[in-house]
Design a binder for this molecule. Structure first.
Ligand SMILES: [Zn+2]
Length: 378
């Protein structure tokens, strides 16, 4: 009986994952367990340092016990790419080391010193000493953070293990691809996929919320959705809708493009549609591949059409029925503290971004986080 349950669990974990790029369990954390504000530079940096240390602690524990066979068992994947996993590990270490260098010399709530100059071994040692030194008022957060990073590292490592058999946002194929890790410290770009919805739907509500808060973002539209809404309205109405934001392409249909025979048409159709309707100031020359799946041929073809691939590095999981909008906000805030830069992935086809974003902005309001102007992303 147990075996059957286990098999069902393993199987159900793999099937949706390979296509959707998302695991069955979603890493969640309750930010109310963090007893301090994060809405000032110093408080942000203290929280960021602590998130990074817990991540490193869990990452190191995984690293030490992980040989190929145990990784396969842990992830429930038969065919894994060790070279992709190793590349992901190396890149992750580099990002975290550079993030530690970006921290202000803050002394607020300080109880753990990071030896200078920053190196991986020093960070790993500091991270492993955390369990003993964490003060009482951070204990509940610490326990929850460990569980969060356990799930999150599983999500990430799983994507790396499948790459490039199943491509995703986890690694780039070419340097021209943007994923957010090359942004400056505390720079974040908002992106929204799968729209537009019908008139008056989630797309309209979200753009209105962005606009009211003096924010914008890149909307990666599906050609078919865009066309349907255009036919039901007018070019002028489409420009009014996207007036304060920027439009990019998500393809004509939400298919896995490397396996879709009409992928070239999907790209050119959507590009022509956007170019012929949306004014130049509101267009971004970016393509977001559905599920993050693409290949070298596609990147080359996009390049010939003056389009670049935009991936993401902070996945809100807002499309997932297993996470509420409050939990989306907590997850995104935590990943903002961890990565300190990046492209955030949301969906305007769902309602959660509209509810989660005001919570996120409010928590970070005086933290010097720089919400990038999508109109500058040309
Ligand atoms: Zn999509």
């Amino acid at each position: 009986m147990k075996k059957i349950v286990l098999l069902i669990l393993l199987f159900s974990n793999i099937a949706p994952m390979i296509k959707a790029g998302g695991p069955k369990q979603v890493a969640k954390i309750d930010r109310s367990l963090w007893p301090y504000e994060i809405s000032s530079t110093e408080e942000f940096d203290f929280a960021s340092k602590m998130e990074m240390l817990v991540f490193i602690d869990v990452f190191q524990l995984r690293d030490q016990i992980m040989i190929e066979d145990s990784i396969k068992k842990f992830l429930g994947v038969e065919k894994i790419s060790m070279s992709s996993i190793n590349l992901w590990k190396e890149q992750t270490k580099k990002v975290l080391m550079s993030n530690f260098n970006a921290l202000t010399n803050t002394s607020v709530h300080n109880f753990i010193e990071i030896p200078k100059p920053i190196n991986w071994q020093g960070l790993a040692n500091a991270a492993s000493s955390l369990e003993k030194s964490v003060p009482g008022n951070l204990k509940a957060w610490f326990t929850e953070a460990k569980a969060f990073y356990d799930s999150y590292i599983y999500e990430q490592m799983r994507l790396a293990a499948l790459f490039p058999r199943v491509t995703s946002e986890i690694l780039t194929l070419q340097n021209s691809e943007v994923n957010g890790f090359t942004f400056g410290d505390k720079q974040f770009l908002l992106t929204f996929d799968d729209g537009p919805t019908l008139s008056g739907g989630n797309t309209d509500k979200l753009i209105s919320t962005l606009s009211k808060n003096h924010m914008n973002g890149v909307f990666f539209v599906l050609g078919d959705n865009f066309n349907a809404r255009l036919k039901a309205s007018s070019e002028q109405k489409m420009n009014e809708l996207y007036n304060s934001v920027v439009v990019g392409s998500h393809g004509k249909v939400h298919n896995v493009h490397p396996k879709y025979s009409e992928w070239q048409y999907s790209i050119t159709f959507t590009k022509h549609l956007i170019d012929s309707v949306i004014t130049e100031n509101n267009r971004a020359g970016y393509f977001r591949p559905p599920y993050g799946q693409r290949n070298d041929n596609m990147i080359e073809f996009l390049g010939q059409n003056d389009i670049r691939v935009m991936l993401w590095n902070i996945d809100s999981q807002d499309w997932n029925a297993k996470i509420t909008s409050g939990e989306v906000a907590d997850r995104v805030i935590t990943l903002i503290l961890l990565w300190r830069k990046g492209v955030l992935l949301f969906h305007d086809s769902h309602s959660k971004a509209n509810e989660a974003l005001p919570i996120i902005w409010n928590s970070l309001k005086n933290s010097d986080v720089n919400w990038m102007d999508a109109k500058q992303m040309k």
